[in-house]
Design a protein around this ligand. Structure first.
Ligand SMILES: [Zn+2]
Length: 249
């Protein structure tokens, strides 16, 4: 229930922040008719089902995405609780998940990673990491710094090469996001997260091309897959680190 409520808030952030709109006023309203929504229209997930996905006042379709984000956020919160349990890392992982969800929405729908979201996210993550290092909690400063440098560096390299050939393979937002996840999970987990992102993103792209749902040259919403890889690294970091130490002597 907490996760679903957060998902509801993340929808508002993803819709309004990139447009420089306030997240508190005006209160929620129908996108079509502008009618203010009452509390009975704003119960996450349930209102959508009861109203059968239509505005109570004008009948316009409510974006399905709102409910999907609420559901996915709720499920991810449950998953984090199930994997990590009640420990000090849980709220940090939940916050990171929220940041990754918002970035995934904006990249999926607008094809961009807005600076107004990613830069504050980097700031918050840096502060949390600094506090973790200063208080002696993990990750250590070397892991975090190499994570930041390698995550940012890898995508910066791709970005530079792509610009050399005048191709827009990835945006600069992806480069910053590489750095962001590098701080979040540290090194070498950031490499595992990127590897998973390339693997799942590539597979998905190929499947969609085969099914005729996507042209080969169309860009892939890479932030979504980076987010996916990062969530896996956040939840199963310990196991992945053991796996890496076995594979890389
Ligand atoms: Zn309406």
């Amino acid at each position: 229930m907490v996760g679903i409520s957060f998902g509801s808030f993340l929808n508002v952030v993803a819709d309004r922040v990139p447009q420089r709109k306030s997240i508190v006023s005006p209160p929620s309203h129908c996108f079509q008719c502008g009618h203010p929504l009452e509390s009975r229209d704003l119960v996450p997930v349930l209102s959508y089902i009861i109203l059968r996905g239509k505005c109570r006042y004008c009948g316009a379709a409510i974006p399905l995405r709102s409910m999907l984000v609420e559901l996915i956020t709720g499920l991810l919160f449950v998953l984090a609780w199930a994997v990590l349990g009640p420990q000090w890392q849980l709220p940090i992982v939940l916050l990171y998940m929220c940041i990754l969800i918002v970035l995934s929405i904006t990249d999926l729908e607008g094809g961009i990673i807005p600076g107004i979201i990613i830069y504050p996210a980097v700031g918050i993550t840096l502060i949390i990491t600094a506090v973790k290092i200063l208080t002696g909690l993990s990750p250590d400063i070397i892991s975090a710094s190499i994570g930041l440098a390698s995550g940012f560096g890898l995508f910066f390299l791709i970005w530079c090469i792509a610009r050399l050939f005048k191709k827009e393979v990835i945006g600069f937002g992806d480069v910053v996001m590489g750095g962001l996840i590098g701080i979040m999970v540290g090194f070498p987990l950031v490499m595992a997260a990127i590897y998973l992102a390339v693997l799942t993103g590539g597979l998905m792209a190929i499947v969609l091309v085969i099914l005729g749902l996507r042209k080969f040259t169309e860009p892939v919403p890479f932030a979504l897959f980076l987010a996916l890889g990062t969530v896996v690294a956040l939840l199963w970091g310990g196991e992945i680190t053991v796996l890496i130490s076995l594979l890389v002597p």
